[in-house]
Design a protein around this ligand. Structure first.
Ligand code: ADP
Ligand code: TRP
Length: 330
């Protein structure tokens, strides 16, 4: 039986496949931080997922620690949220297997990460194909109610719900039904080329990018070649969308009015964006530098987070094992 309790849990995972970018921050990380105040929070660095793309041990190790430092620098508070590394909670991989036995292949064939790779004629491995099942295990292992993510992950949460529903149907109410939590205003942050910002498109600006190089990237954001004097619609402009992420309401309004009036250069918008972005992450940058010098502190946070996560995942796994009968001696 699912536990009857008032506690609401939030959970999310983020892959350490490279340094985090603005899309990761505004689409996901910012939500992690906002939600840790109201929920029992679990956040993890999804190194087992990253293994489907990173095939270099040193790089994966380095990225994993960097991801932890980044999240703490950005405001994840270890007193409020359990922060841990995916592979430190082996309960989840057993749960993944159990879920896998009830996963229809058709469900996975429809998932976009696999479909896109196949459409490009690339060979997909079983890791990529079954990735959504591991993600379902990640979510269900903590009785998660809410899963903050960017829009691209919503399909995986639907898969999670399907698998939970089907298990509950076969074996009795076992899993808590999770819900995706997507922010309307930043569900899809554009990259420097106007497409979705993503590591795989090479159009990212990193959160902790050196300010000079950040400025260079901002100045290279692609814009159209309409004449300066022409009025422009701010809503359809990706430069304006990026500017809006960092701007206050009044700054955004003023910039929108400038767009509608016309008679401005994109260079001015870019410079304002770079100034705002630099100021926005200045405190986190400072904090990051301090944390990078205090590896023991970071390792201690992860150890504590792991304890909390394993306790919860162990409880849920016990419930699952009893429900489906693999706890044969019970
Ligand atoms: P990437 O596409 O760069 O590899 P990930 O897939 O690792 O990024 O995404 C980590 C988290 O950040 C996910 O919750 C994802 O939905 C969110 N995210 C990534 N890119 C964006 C974006 N451009 N806009 C909004 N959210 C994003
Ligand atoms: N698949 C997610 C991504 O690429 C990362 C992830 C793994 C995740 N497990 C999760 C997100 C569980 C939310 C919940 O961004």
């Amino acid at each position: 039986m699912t536990p009857m309790s008032d506690v609401q849990r939030v959970l999310s995972g983020i892959q350490p496949t490279g340094r985090f970018h603005w899309g990761n921050y505004f689409g996901a990380i910012r939500q992690y931080i906002a939600l840790q105040d109201q929920y029992e929070a679990y956040y993890f660095i999804a190194n087992l997922h990253a293994l489907t793309t990173i095939r270099n041990a040193e790089e994966l190790r380095r990225n994993t620690l960097d991801a932890a430092i980044d999240l703490l620098a950005l405001g994840l508070d270890p007193d409020k949220a359990a922060l841990f590394v995916h592979s430190d909670v082996p309960e989840v991989t057993e749960l993944c297997w159990i879920l896998m036995t009830g996963t229809p292949l058709g469900l996975l064939e429809r998932c976009h990460a696999y479909k896109e790779k196949k459409a490009k004629g690339l060979t997909a491995d079983a890791g990529l194909f079954t990735y959504p099942v591991l993600m379902a295990a990640d979510i269900l292992a903590y009785d998660s109610h809410l899963v903050p993510v960017g829009e691209d992950q919503v399909q995986h949460i639907e898969v999670t719900r399907d698998l939970a529903r089907s298990f509950n149907h076969h074996f009795g109410e076992t899993f808590t039904m999770p819900k995706a939590h997507v922010l309307d205003t930043s569900a899809r942050v554009p990259g420097t080329d106007g497409e979705k910002m993503s590591k795989s498109y090479g159009n990212t600006i990193e959160i902790f990018e050196d300010p000079k190089s950040m400025r260079k990237k901002v100045m290279r954001i692609q814009t159209d070649s309409r004449p300066m004097e022409e009025p422009k619609d701010p809503q359809t402009d990706h430069l304006f969308q990026l500017y809006s992420l960092f701007a206050s309401d009044s700054e955004r309004e003023a910039m929108a009015a400038t767009y509608r009036k016309g008679g401005f250069g994109y260079g001015m918008v870019k410079k304002s964006l770079a100034d705002l972005a630099e100021a926005y992450f200045a405190t986190a940058r400072q904090r990051r530098a301090e944390l990078a010098e205090d590896r023991d502190y970071v390792l201690g946070v992860l150890e504590e987070g792991t304890k909390k996560a394993r306790a919860k995942a162990g409880d849920v796994l016990g419930r699952v094992r009893r429900a489906c009968g693999v706890a044969w001696h019970a």
